[in-house]
Design a protein around this ligand. Structure first.
Ligand code: SF4
Length: 247
C-alpha cells in the first residue's frame, strides 16, 4: 500500500509494478533482464581475453628461447615467420628477457640478423656496380678535414681514419661509397640514384630503421652494426664490413 511522503502533501512513494520495487525495472539494475542477457557475453569476452594473453605469453616465451638459441648456434628457423612474430611480440619478448635478466636489446640484434639473413640471397644476385654503401660520419677521425658536399662528406683519404682505405677498396670493387650526415641524406640519395642493393653501417637503431625503410622500397640491404656507437669516435669491425662487401 502506497504512503504519502512525510512533509510533502499529495506526493506518493513510487511503488513499481505489481509489488515489485521500481528499481527492478531500471536497465542497469543487477536483476534486470538486460544484465542477465549481457552476463554470458562478458563472460565469453573475459575468457577470450585470458586465452589470448596466455597464447601471447607462450609464443613470446618460445620466441625468447629461439632468440637465445639462435645467438648461441648461429642458426635461424623460419626466418620470415620469425620476423613477423618478432614485430608483433617485440615488447613482450623484451619484457620476458628483461625479467630473465638477459639483455633485451638482443631482440633488436636478432631482428637485424634475421633481415640480413633474409636479404642475403637477393643482395648477392646484384652486381657490385648497383650496390651503394652508406657509412656514418661518426666513424671518421675527430680531426677529419673532409667537407660536406651534395654527395655527402667528401673523404680525401688523409689516413687519419680507416674510412679512406675502405672507400678506395669498395670503389675498386665497383661500389658507390657515401659518408652520410644523416638518414634524410640516405633517402635523398636512394631517390636520386635508385640503388639495387645497399650496405649500411650504423648503430643498432639506425640499422634497424634503415633495413625497414629498404624493405619498404624492395631494396635488399645488409646492415653492419658499429661495435661502439655514439656521436663521435665510433668503431666498426672492419673485417666484418669487408666480408659483407666482398660477397
Ligand atoms: S680518411 Fe677520410 S674520413 Fe677519415 S679523417 Fe681522413 S678525410 Fe676524414
Amino acid at each position: 500500500m502506497s504512503q504519502a511522503l512525510p512533509g510533502i502533501k499529495n506526493l506518493r512513494r513510487p511503488s513499481g509494478r505489481a509489488g515489485i520495487p521500481q528499481a527492478a525495472y531500471t536497465p542497469w539494475s543487477l536483476h534486470s533482464p538486460m544484465i542477465e542477457y549481457l552476463d554470458p557475453f562478458f563472460y565469453i569476452v573475459g575468457e577470450a581475453v585470458v586465452v589470448v594473453v596466455v597464447l601471447v605469453l607462450i609464443f613470446s616465451f618460445m620466441g625468447a628461447l629461439i632468440i637465445l638459441y639462435s645467438f648461441k648456434t648461429g642458426r635461424f628457423f623460419y626466418a620470415r615467420i620469425m620476423l613477423i612474430a618478432l614485430s608483433l611480440l617485440e615488447s613482450v619478448i623484451k619484457a620476458i628477457l628483461w625479467l630473465g635478466r638477459a639483455d633485451d636489446t638482443l631482440v633488436d640484434d636478432f631482428s637485424i640478423l634475421l633481415r640480413n639473413y633474409i636479404n642475403h640471397r637477393k643482395f648477392c644476385e646484384t652486381s657490385n656496380g648497383d650496390r651503394y654503401i652508406f657509412m656514418p660520419q661518426c666513424l671518421r677521425s675527430v680531426d677529419c678535414p673532409a667537407k660536406l658536399g651534395p654527395e655527402g662528406i667528401a673523404c680525401v683519404n688523409c689516413g687519419r681514419c680507416q674510412m679512406g682505405q675502405a672507400k678506395e677498396y669498395a670503389e675498386s670493387l665497383g661500389y658507390k661509397f657515401f659518408i652520410v650526415p644523416g638518414s634524410s641524406f640516405i633517402k635523398r640519395i636512394i631517390k636520386k640514384y635508385r640503388p639495387k642493393a645497399i650496405v649500411g653501417v650504423g648503430c643498432q637503431m639506425e640499422i634497424k630503421e634503415g633495413l625497414m625503410m629498404c624493405h619498404s622500397k624492395d631494396i635488399p640491404a645488409i646492415g653492419v652494426m658499429l661495435t661502439k656507437a655514439g656521436c663521435v669516435a665510433t668503431t666498426l669491425d672492419w673485417d666484418q664490413f669487408y666480408e659483407v662487401i666482398s660477397e
